[in-house]
Design a protein around this ligand. Structure first.
Ligand SMILES: [Zn+2]
Length: 499
């Protein structure tokens, strides 16, 4: 049954420079411009069938006319007119491990001086059962939905149960079963991981919920050349992306030098992994040089920048260097244990903050602190001017939103999302621009990039299905019997783990 969603403010893609406030600004990658227009969105099953822009027409009569037209063709149609509310793409979180939300609130200072992944995660992850993973994923999925995230790229062990947890909560996802054969809690289960990838890819009921597969080699120090090559071959055979961590720790970097005589990025290039799959998505890329960023850009590999997570486990990457190299990059949360939220829209404030965040750590600032006076102070301002210019184009509202909408939405060859256009997954949020967190919202895209959008979400569709009730979105989800059961089960399982 087709569904018509109408509004006087629908966020649609525009070629950069083709109109829409600020679309011609530098920093909006070609094809990532946006416009806010009156439109009707026709949704058929999980996907958007058609977007009909309405010129200056009122949305209600135009939606009714479109519904009559569809009914005349023998299609029963449900119409939802949202008036002046903003209808925008749901956010895309391009890298997370939802199950790890059970570690949120753990005191990370105990492991912050060392390797958090090896010293904390690997140790507790060996205790988890299939049912634990499914229960913890559900909680992360609900948290994501409540923040307006419609699709996550999840990377984890026992991944069939990740997919089931997503489906339970109604969140779409690209699920990568974590593959390891050299180290880590999954090192004896890589064959099961490959089988899980194929099972998820073959499952029509998951596909219909917007849940698809990716190949998930864990990282360059936990995966052998043989397993990397095998993952890429399967990715090619099934038209799937490869989703891996890359250059995320000093240990990984040093191991690559010791084992292969090459950095993690150079080694992947040497064994043909950077660009052999239909799409390649690499989280973090902290320990890279400028020429390696150029290599990633030339191979069309995507970099996933997770600023708040990196602040905890490593250090925040310099995203201006990604842009300077011409690399394709998007923004994600990584896991709640070291973030501590799944609200990917709030990461954008840190991205914009890169314009000035580095100034207090420059040589000029150190000289000012040492008492060198006004000349040093002037040098501090020069540094501020330089860093601001390096990151300013990336801080434009449409450039920011492209990192959580169109760029990650275009990474899976079988599933497009993050954009309101024909053929994309029907993942939409309905936003009340009069909500106090967004008011006065004179520039809707500006507030969607930089204010706190989550409390203002009043309705949501994922894969063509409504989540909760429109008008009472958050309370209808958290008061639902399915959410309460999910929380009770997750709390019980967490207590039983006795961490
Ligand atoms: Zn990760």
């Amino acid at each position: 049954m087709p569904l018509v969603v109408a509004s006087r403010r629908v966020v649609v893609p525009r070629a950069a420079g083709a109109g829409g406030a600020g679309a011609a600004e530098a920093g909006v990658a070609a094809g990532h411009g946006l416009a806010v227009v009156p439109a009707c969105v026709v949704i058929d099953g999980a996907r958007i069938r058609e977007v009909r822009e309405l010129g200056d027409a009122e949305s209600a009569p135009a939606a009714a006319a479109l519904a009559r037209e569809l009914r005349a063709r023998g299609e029963y149609v449900e119409v939802h007119d949202f008036g002046d509310k903003l209808v925008a793409p749901a956010f895309v979180n391009a890298h997370t491990h939802l199950a790890l939300g059970f570690l949120r609130g753990t005191d990370m200072r105990r492991v912050a001086a060392g390797n958090m992944v090896e010293e904390l995660f690997f140790r507790v992850e060996t205790k988890l059962t299939d049912a634990d993973v499914r229960a913890f994923v559900r909680m992360g999925a609900y948290e994501s939905l409540l923040a307006g995230v419609g699709l996550v790229w999840d990377h984890y062990y026992r991944a069939e149960h990740v997919a089931l947890g997503l489906a339970d909560a109604g969140l779409a996802g690209v699920v990568a079963p974590t593959l390891q054969d050299l180290a880590g809690p999954g090192m004896h289960a890589w064959e099961a991981g490959l089988a899980a990838t194929m099972a998820i890819d073959d499952d029509p009921s998951l596909r219909e919920r917007g849940i698809v597969a990716a190949l998930g080699p864990h990282a360059t120090d936990t995966v052998s050349e043989g397993l990397f090559v095998r993952a890429v071959e399967l990715a090619k055979a099934r038209n799937l992306p490869v989703h891996a961590h890359l250059a995320q720790s000093i240990e990984e970097y040093e191991r690559a030098i010791a084992r292969h005589g090459a950095s993690p990025t150079a080694w992947l290039a040497r064994i043909g992994v950077l660009d052999a799959a239909p799409a390649s998505v690499f989280a973090h890329c902290l320990y890279v040089d400028a020429s390696e960023l150029g290599l990633l850009a030339s191979k069309r590999a995507a970099i996933v920048y997770c600023p708040y997570s990196q602040l905890v486990f490593g250090f925040p990457a310099r995203s201006g260097a990604f842009s300077a190299a011409g690399a394709r990059w998007c923004v994600a949360t990584d896991c709640a244990s070291n973030n501590d939220t799944m609200n990917v829209q709030q990461e954008l404030r840190y991205v914009a903050g890169q314009r000035t965040a580095g100034v207090g750590f420059t040589e000029a600032h150190a000289r000012m602190m040492a008492g060198e006076g006004v000349l040093a102070a002037r040098a501090v301002w020069r540094e501020r001017t330089r860093l601001y210019a390096e990151h300013d184009a990336d801080a434009a509202p449409e450039a920011l939103l492209s990192r959580v909408w169109s760029v990650p939405g275009a990474l899976h060859p079988k599933l497009r999302c993050g954009e309101i256009s024909a053929g994309a997954l029907a993942n939409l949020i309905v936003v009340d621009l009069d909500h106090p967190t967004l008011w006065p919202a004179r520039e809707p895209l500006e507030v969607m990039a930089m204010a706190d959008a989550a409390p203002a979400i009043c309705g949501m569709l994922v894969a063509g299905r409504f989540v909760g009730e429109c008008g009472d979105f958050h309370a209808s989800v958290t008061s639902s019997p399915s959410y309460r059961e999910a929380r009770n089960e997750a709390s019980g399982r967490l207590a039983a783990l006795n961490l």
